[in-house]
Design a protein around this ligand. Structure first.
Ligand SMILES: Nc1ncnc2c1ncn2[C@@H]1O[C@H](COP(=O)(O)OP(=O)(O)OP(=O)(O)O)[C@@H](O)[C@H]1O
Length: 211
């Protein structure tokens, strides 16, 4: 699976060009990093790829996923996973149920769904913690649950918007490695927005500096 941005341009509601003629190809299982000063349009670009561009922003160019033009598809039909700085959990659901919420509807059968959640807990190093209330997890554990929930939906691409910046330095390193390994193993393309040089190094792919 690959993600291609072809001649992408984004215009701010006030008329200013945020992104101008961006051409970018993200290979399967790789992470391309987007950097640049605050306000340059990094998050807006991810919104455009995910289909969440806010009203008033104008888009030019094409977003192509796996050879298919998805520019005009609504977000829910793009199968693109997102992960933000704050790992949002449903507080009234257990860790396992939070994970189950991410499961692709294509995966049918109670047993198969339970097994998929158990495997995700295991991969996240959280085996045995499925019954816990998410509020009792550490920030790092919550970040891993959030990532697994994103991946359980079997996305065709992932968008990561500063997903590590709320983590302390030690956790940050561990989660970063975990996220990159998961993306490589899944063979899907990813875009990472970060201000952190080490994040970009760990991502291993091209770094695009937006100006
Ligand atoms: N809903 C909105 N309506 C109007 N302007 C917005 C909206 N959301 C963002 N902007 C503006 O669009 C521009 C790009 O914002 P964006 O969040 O994409 O930047 P960014 O590069 O991700 O910044 P940061 O690194 O600070 O997160 C900024 O000038 C911002 O103020």
């Amino acid at each position: 699976m690959s993600l291609d941005l072809v001649g992408l341009g984004i215009r701010h509601p006030d008329g200013n060009a945020l992104i101008d003629d961006l051409n970018l190809s993200v290979a399967p299982g790789t992470v391309t990093t987007l950097t640049g000063p605050s306000g340059v349009g990094k998050s807006t670009l991810l919104n455009a790829v995910g289909g969440h561009l806010e009203a008033g922003f104008r888009l030019r160019g094409r977003v192509v996923l796996n050879g298919r033009d998805i520019t005009d598809l609504p977000a829910e039909r793009r199968d693109i996973g997102v992960m933000f700085q704050q790992a949002v959990m449903f507080p009234h659901l257990s860790v396992a149920d939070n994970l189950a919420f991410g499961l692709s509807p294509k995966l049918r059968g109670r047993g198969a769904r339970k097994a998929a959640v158990a495997k995700a807990l295991d991969l996240a190093g959280l085996a045995g913690l499925g019954d816990r209330d998410p509020a009792t997890l550490s920030g790092g554990q919550r970040a891993r649950v959030a990532l697994m929930r994103t991946m359980l939906a079997r996305p065709r691409a992932v968008l990561l918007d500063e997903p590590f910046s709320a983590l302390d330095p030690e956790r940050r390193h561990e989660i970063r490695e975990f996220v990159m390994a998961t993306i490589r193993r899944s063979g899907i393309p990813a875009l990472l927005v970060t201000h952190d040089r080490q994040d970009a190094d760990a991502a291993g792919g091209p770094v695009i500096a937006l100006t």
